[in-house]
Design a protein around this ligand. Structure first.
Ligand SMILES: Cc1cc2nc3c(=O)[nH]c(=O)nc-3n(C[C@H](O)[C@H](O)[C@H](O)COP(=O)(O)OP(=O)(O)OC[C@H]3O[C@@H](n4cnc5c(N)ncnc54)[C@H](O)[C@@H]3O)c2cc1C
Length: 521
């Protein structure tokens, strides 16, 4: 059997590893086609200490069951004697978040309200949504279930800045988040049960997986864009027989046998991602390459979902984030923010400036965030949940701003005007426009995402965040890992089934903790 995996993000890499581990495949029979020059997809690491790093922020919990099942056998980059899983949990046990100032107002006051500001009516509305079956939530938005005051509560600000949800987003996905993340509910404010990677996600997860797969013979084709998959003619079976890809301007067609396997990653949250600099805003990108194959496969075929629900210009205003990574050789910003929040650098979690037009959230990483980060260099990160609004001090949309303009807006929001020049002089702020990052939250119907194995498929599976997996939440590598495991289990009929998705509503401890928020906090 030859296995062809389209997409070298976490999902595609996990698929290769599960094929070897669960199905006894030989690495030499596995090819990963990745359109980008680098593996990793949404888990990227760009730039350098000199030019300024660019990387994503980090939110995990302990219930990434498929992910950690896999990573317990993968040696970590920083210490190959330790598995990635052990490295992750040891780090988090030693460096628990203790966020003392998550939501801050314009005057630097921390918002802490009894019951996170939730009224009994809000509690009732949350329970009502949690009890509504998904079959009755098709196309519905979160805002249809709550009063407008709910969206000004501390709870909503905490939830939306950690999970990314907006009022106009999918009620189905929000319901799933409530059940999947119920155990996080009592500690949302100080984030003690929210975990992060010891280093950036690329070096923590992607590098070790690639380093494990490569010596096993897995063939990595970087810069290889898969344009089409051919299928054998059949009225009721879907059997891939051809894969066409383009690499460095050359087109190649690969024959696929009925006993071979093709797994396609549908889309990427990082589609059309664009990176700017201190002096340049991120230039708009429109290649649309990560969703192009999905659009092609879905054309004229039922059962392949609706890519346009997630990838189209109409989604961008509710799916865009602009993130920024600041590399600094000074300590002024870190000292000032730590003094303002009362949190030690590296354990403070997120600080959300609730009155800022862009709805800015910031975090100081535990240092070093990059394995070879030079001593004396510090990294911090932030993002805007409403980047299409104007800033309050820089009257521009965030996605049109240079790194210097974003940094200035942040510093003025924090009233660090006196330190502004010193901080600007010692910092490089790299803006990153990610127009589709939040599209997994778009309101959807149950058939908008295709199943992992389309009806009638014999050697063809779909993986990643735009495939339907009951109960799970899509803004996670766990989701993609689960699709990969499931596809291999169903199509090759070997190895164990993936473990069940954690569901807090059936966990007495999580239920009791959530109840306490209403009765005691
Ligand atoms: C800013 C940001 C922060 C995030 N934070 C977290 C977090 O804290 N925790 C968490 O769990 N998740 C987080 N995520 C989500 C995480 O990145 C995704 O869950 C994960 O990357 C999904 O893996 P994937 O392989 O399904 O897709 P991707 O990582 O998006 O990879 C898909 C890959 O497939 C390639 N591809 C698609 N079509 C083709 C084709 N036709 N030919 C060749 N290649 C193709 C794309 O180029 C892409 O590289 C974050 C994402 C972003 C962008």
């Amino acid at each position: 059997m030859k296995a062809h995996i389209v997409g070298g993000g976490f999902g595609g890499l996990a698929a290769a590893a599960y094929l070897i581990r669960n199905a006894g495949a030989s690495g030499q029979d596995i090819t990963i086609y990745e359109a980008d020059r680098q593996m990793g997809g949404g888990f990227f690491l760009g730039g350098s200490a000199e030019s300024g790093y660019n990387l994503p922020g980090s939110v995990f919990d302990s219930e990434f069951r498929c992910t950690f099942d896999l990573l317990q056998a993968i040696p970590s980059t920083s210490d190959p004697a330790v598995s990635v899983k052990d490295e992750f949990f040891t780090f988090n046990a030693r460096h628990l978040f203790h966020d003392r100032a998550h939501i801050m107002d314009r005057n630097g006051r921390v918002m802490h309200s009894p019951h996170f500001g939730l009224s009994l009516r809000d509690g009732f509305d949350l329970v009502r949504l949690a009890l509504t079956p998904e079959a009755r939530l098709d196309g519905r938005r979160i805002e249809e279930f709550f009063s407008s005051r709910f969206f000004a509560t501390e709870f909503w600000l905490l939830w939306s800045t950690i999970m990314g949800s907006l009022p106009q987003h999918s009620a189905t996905e929000f319901r799933r988040y409530m059940n999947r993340a119920l155990a996080l509910f009592p500690d949302l404010s100080d984030m003690t049960h929210i975990l992060r990677t010891p280093f950036n996600q690329y070096q923590t997860f992607i590098e070790p997986l690639v380093a494990w797969l490569r010596p096993r013979g897995v063939n990595f084709l970087a810069g290889a864009f898969v344009q089409d998959i051919g299928f054998a003619p059949s009225p009721d079976r879907i059997t891939a027989n051809r894969l066409d890809y383009e690499q460095d301007g050359a087109a190649t067609s690969v024959a696929v046998g009925p006993d071979d396997l093709v797994l396609v990653t549908l889309g990427s949250q990082a589609e059309n991602l664009s990176v700017g600099s201190m002096t340049e805003a991120p230039p708009p990108q429109c290649s649309g390459r990560s969703s192009a194959l999905w659009k092609r496969l879905a054309q004229g075929r039922s059962g392949f979902g609706k890519p346009d629900v997630f990838f189209g210009p109409v989604q961008v205003p509710t799916s865009r984030w602009v993130t920024f990574t600041v590399t600094t050789t000074g300590t002024e910003f870190i000292d000032q923010l730590s003094a303002l929040t009362g949190s030690e650098p590296g354990i403070g979690g997120l600080v959300t400036l609730k009155d800022s037009g862009w709805l800015l959230s910031l975090t100081i990483f535990h240092q070093p965030e990059v394995i070879d980060q030079p001593p004396g260099t510090h990294l911090w990160w932030g993002y805007g949940l409403y980047p299409e609004r104007n800033g309050d001090f820089v009257p521009k949309r965030m996605d049109a701003c240079t790194g210097a303009e974003i940094l200035e807006e942040v510093l003025r929001q924090l009233k660090f005007d006196r330190q502004l020049d010193t901080i600007m002089a010692s910092s490089i702020c790299i803006p990153c426009d990610i127009p589709y990052v939040n599209n997994i939250w778009m309101p959807r119907n149950r058939t908008d995402r295709p199943p992992v194995v389309p009806v009638g498929a014999t050697n063809f599976g779909l993986i990643g965040q735009y495939v339907e997996v009951p109960q799970d939440i899509a803004f996670t590598i766990e989701y993609s890992a689960r699709t990969a495991w499931e596809a291999i289990h169903v199509l090759l009929k070997c190895g164990p089934a993936p473990p069940p998705v954690y569901q807090g509503q059936y966990d007495p401890k999580a239920l009791f903790g959530a109840l306490k928020v209403f009765l005691c906090q």
